[in-house]
Design a binder for this molecule. Sequence first.
Ligand SMILES: NC(=O)c1ccc[n+]([C@@H]2O[C@H](COP(=O)([O-])OP(=O)(O)OC[C@H]3O[C@@H](n4cnc5c(N)ncnc54)[C@H](OP(=O)(O)O)[C@@H]3O)[C@@H](O)[C@H]2O)c1
Length: 279
Amino acid sequence: MGKLDGKSAIVTGASSGIGLATARTLAREGAAVVLAGRTLQPMVDAAAQISQAGGKAFPRVADVRDEKQVRAMVDYAVQQGGGLHVMVNNAGVNRFDNVLDGSVDAWREMFEVNVIGLLIGCREAARVMKEQGSGHIVNVTSVSARSVEPGNAAYAASKHAADAISEALRRALLEHNIRVTNILPGAVLTNLARHMPQEQLFALARMFGIDPDQVGVQPGQHLPPEILERVGQATASVLLKPEDVAEAVLYAVCQPETVHVNEVVVRPARLLPLSFMSP
Ligand SMILES: NC(=O)c1ccc[n+]([C@@H]2O[C@H](COP(=O)([O-])OP(=O)(O)OC[C@H]3O[C@@H](n4cnc5c(N)ncnc54)[C@H](OP(=O)(O)O)[C@@H]3O)[C@@H](O)[C@H]2O)c1
């Protein structure tokens, strides 16, 4: 018997990294999970694997910046799962951009996905959870909501904003029996690194013994899975695995109703000695 049997969940940003691992983990524990994101194929593949293992999973293309798509996604989850018990607002981007010579497009994208997208996800989940009389909203923010590096101002600002939204929402939803948890990961080995400036991405690859030219690392594109695996083996103590964060989400949503886990900070054992890698 799973810890989430009979529950329904949505995970945004489930085509990759932390979201994909979280969707798999919640499904493993019996939840019917909608995997939501912009890139369909990895979600279709994951849903097929979850179904083969006896779980329930439903891939759904949705851009979290689009309120109509998010509303339709929430209604779809209610139809498929008989309600919405867990909403994981995880979709996020990091353009590794600073203030002094940063780009407005990159700042705008980070705020639209990490802040507006999260606001829409919270509002739409709360809409159905209030009617239901219970629910749990989990927002994946970052340790960048607490500490700021010079090269990561806009991303950190977006995560500070997400933290503030969760705090306000927690108070607003207390009387509706809806819990709100922030998950604050440190550095995690995922595709988030794909938007690093090329020289930093390549320097990082070389630091871990990988020649980026030979393996075809392309800034802006998902990293080849074998590269993620090779880097993972070399970096276990400085980078978390997506599954480590997924287990923190599971912990938060499996507590008794009287226990509110407001936030979980999950860090690797040691810090990467690179300021531009601030997550
Ligand atoms: N990796 C870290 O070190 C780290 C640390 C702290 C916090 N976080 C946070 O963890 C969350 C997940 O990131 P990750 O590390 O797992 O990175 P990732 O592997 O790049 O995954 C990000 C996910 O978000 C999706 N996404 C981006 N924009 C979207 C949009 N507009 N609508 C819907 N989905 C969208 C991506 O889908 P597409 O690829 O299809 O665009 C992808 O599935 C983010 O909020 C990130 O800020 C990450």
